[in-house]
Design a binder for this molecule. Sequence first.
Ligand code: NAX
Ligand code: ADP
Length: 311
Amino acid sequence: MYREARVVSGSTAMKEALRKSSSSHKYTHGHALILSGGPGHTGAARLGARGALRIGAGLVTLGVPPAAQQEVASQITAIMLKQVKDAAALANVLQDDRLNALCLGPGLGVERAKDLVPQALSVPAPEPGRPGKPRDPGSGPGLRSVVLDADALTAYTDNPETLFAMLHQRCVLTPHAGEFARLFPDIAEKLKAPATKGPAYSKVDATREAAARAGCVVLFKGPDTVIAAPDGRCSINSAQYDRAAPWLATAGSGDVLAGFITGLLARGLAPMQAAEIAIWLHVECALSFGPGLIAEDLPEELPKVFRALGV
Ligand SMILES: NC(=O)C1=CN([C@@H]2O[C@H](COP(=O)(O)OP(=O)(O)OC[C@H]3O[C@@H](n4cnc5c(N)ncnc54)[C@H](O)[C@@H]3O)[C@@H](O)[C@H]2O)[C@@H](O)CC1
Ligand SMILES: Nc1ncnc2c1ncn2[C@@H]1O[C@H](COP(=O)(O)OP(=O)(O)O)[C@@H](O)[C@H]1O
C-alpha cells in the first residue's frame, strides 16, 4: 500500500507523455466519444469535446440524441457527430472498436445517464490470449476507457453499489464535493466530522477510500484536487496559494476537465496519469488565461500552455 500523496507538477515525463510522434496519424491518438444530453442541454458535452480535441485525441465525436442533432451540428466543425438515441444505439456505435475512450455525464441528464452508463461500461469479450488487457489506441478490442462525471454520478445517488459493480480499471470518476457525497455518503460524513482525537481524516484519506471502494481512479475536485487509485497511489493538485485559480469556479469548467481526461485516455495514457496531467493542465490554463476566464477559454488556452511546457 502506498503511504505518501505526491504533489502533481509539470515534469519531463509529462512533456513526453503529451508529445506526438511525427510518424503518427489521427487514429494513433485515439477516438473519444462524448455523450451529449438533449436539446438545450448540449453545451456541457460540447465543452468536454473541445477539451478532448485540444488535448490531443486524434478524433472526437459527440453522441447526440436525434432531437439535438441540429443544435449540435450548427456549433461544431472539427468535432464529429453521431446519433445515439439510447443504449441500443450506443451498443451499435461501439461496434467501432477504434472508439477507445468515452465520457458520460456533462449535461447528459440523469435518466439518459441511467440508460447509457451500463452499456458504456459493458466489457467487450477479450481477444484470445489478451484477457482484460487494456487496449492501445486502435489496437483491437479491449477495455474501453470511461470517464464518469456530473449526471452519470448523480444517477447512482440511490444505489452507488450498482455503479461500483460495473466499474473497471480503465474508469475515472470525477466528482465535485456534492457528487462525492452522493456516491460516498459515509466517507463524506467522516471527512466533515471534526477531529476529536488524533490526526484528522483528510481529503487524501477520503479519496483513497473512495477509489478502493469504486475499484477505479477517483479525482475529487475542488481548490485542492485529490486523485487516487484503488492500489493506494494518491496525488494532490493544488490550485491554492501561488497556484490559486479561483476563476475556475465557473459553470462548465468541470465539463472541460472531464474532456481533458477523456482525450488523454483516448491517447492511451493510464487512468491515473491521464487524471493527474489533465488536472494540472486545467489549472495551468486558468493561470495562463487569468481573471475573466470562462469555461470556453480553457481548451483554447492549451496550445499556449503546451508551448510553455515545451511539448
Ligand atoms: N454550460 C453548460 O452546459 C453547463 C452544464 N452543466 C451541467 O448541468 C447539469 C447539472 O449541473 P448542476 O450544477 O445543476 O448539478 P450539480 O450536481 O453540480 O449541483 C447540484 C447541487 O449540488 C451541490 N453542489 C454543486 N457543486 C458543489 C460543490 N462543489 N460542493 C458541494 N456541493 C455542490 C449544490 O447544492 C447544487 O445545488 C450537469 O449535467 C452539468 O454537467 C454544468 O456543468 C454547468 C455548465
Ligand atoms: N475555488 C477554486 N479554486 C480552484 N479550482 C476550483 C475552485 N472551484 C472549483 N474549482 C475547479 O473547477 C472545476 C469545477 O467543476 P464542477 O464543480 O464540476 O463544475 P461544472 O459542473 O460547472 O463544470 C473543478 O475542476 C474544480 O477543481
